[in-house]
Write a protein that binds this ligand. Sequence first.
Ligand code: ADP
Ligand code: SF4
Ligand code: MG
Length: 328
Amino acid sequence: MPPVIEIENLSIGIGDAAITDSVSFAVQPGQIYGIVGESGCGKTITALACMGMLPEPGGQLLAGQIRFKGEDVYSMSAERLRQIRGAEISMIFQEPTSSLNPLLTIQKQLAEVFEFHDFDGDPNQRIDQVLRRVGFSDPERILASYPHQLSGGMLQRVVIALALLLEPALIIADEPTTALDVTVQAQIMELLVELQKEEGCSVLLITHNIGLIAQYADRVGVMYAGHLIEERDVEPFLANPLHPYSKGLMAALPDVDSPRQLNPIPGQVPPVGKYPTGCRFRTRCEKVFSPCDQPVPDFSPEGDARVRCFLYDQQHQSTSAASKGSIQ
Ligand SMILES: Nc1ncnc2c1ncn2[C@@H]1O[C@H](COP(=O)(O)OP(=O)(O)O)[C@@H](O)[C@H]1O
Ligand code: SF4
Ligand SMILES: [Mg+2]
């Protein structure tokens, strides 16, 4: 089976500025793939690009390809793209209200999905089934409600129901719990993962919170300033993150024994158009050494791991080890 979504060398620009540059990764059927990185790293732009959407105004595909189940998204007809969006790929955003119309009842909004897409079966039965499945024991009351009558957690459940209605192959969840209370966050994530397993779909989980990746994702892509700087299965990543930025993200995770001790990475993600040449992390990296102002290719120090850092270049290892100490 081809990957559900496959991104190859994706570069997206706005005007003259390249925002994402040479991003490549694939989401396999049934996989939860996590994209993590600080705010402004290009996660949302990459997620939207999977549905053939570019930033407005002025967004352009500078290079690369995105394939949905082997089909090139940017060569699709407008009709095919319309079919895919919301039916085969659905999205859950940070703010549930951004997916819902405040002026329409939940009933109307769920039913509308079936006006735009084909479905084999009884729409009302499917709505009832999915609402129950996301935890509503009284779907009738929810259906009669307007968005403002429901809490943030309830609204995000409605949005998950909306995303699942047409049995998509891929759900893109962009910071799905960031706007919710901490207790509700965990419930929503558990629900999403349970449903993903039941429905057998894939999830592209976008988050700035590496704790969510650690808990729920199978594979992870770390983004920094529009580059994908490390890509690996989650287990080995957690045991030994390779890229200095990934190590920094892990070190910034609250420690269970001393939850107050946080070690944020000093400095900030540079704004678009102000990226340093060579490694974009070099203005913040404590391991920076002589080759880092040159373009950095991907290196594969183990299995199918990829890391975009000269510390993993055989050629440079002696100089980096001598000047900066061991890379572990
Ligand atoms: N429509 C737009 N016009 C101009 N710049 C944009 C637009 N959308 C996003 N950007 C810029 O692109 C960068 C990446 O944005 P985004 O993908 O939203 O990051 P993330 O989701 O990782 O926080 C940010 O610096 C942001 O300011
Ligand atoms: S390439 Fe150089 S600056 Fe970039 S992360 Fe690696 S060591 Fe640091
Ligand atoms: Mg975002």
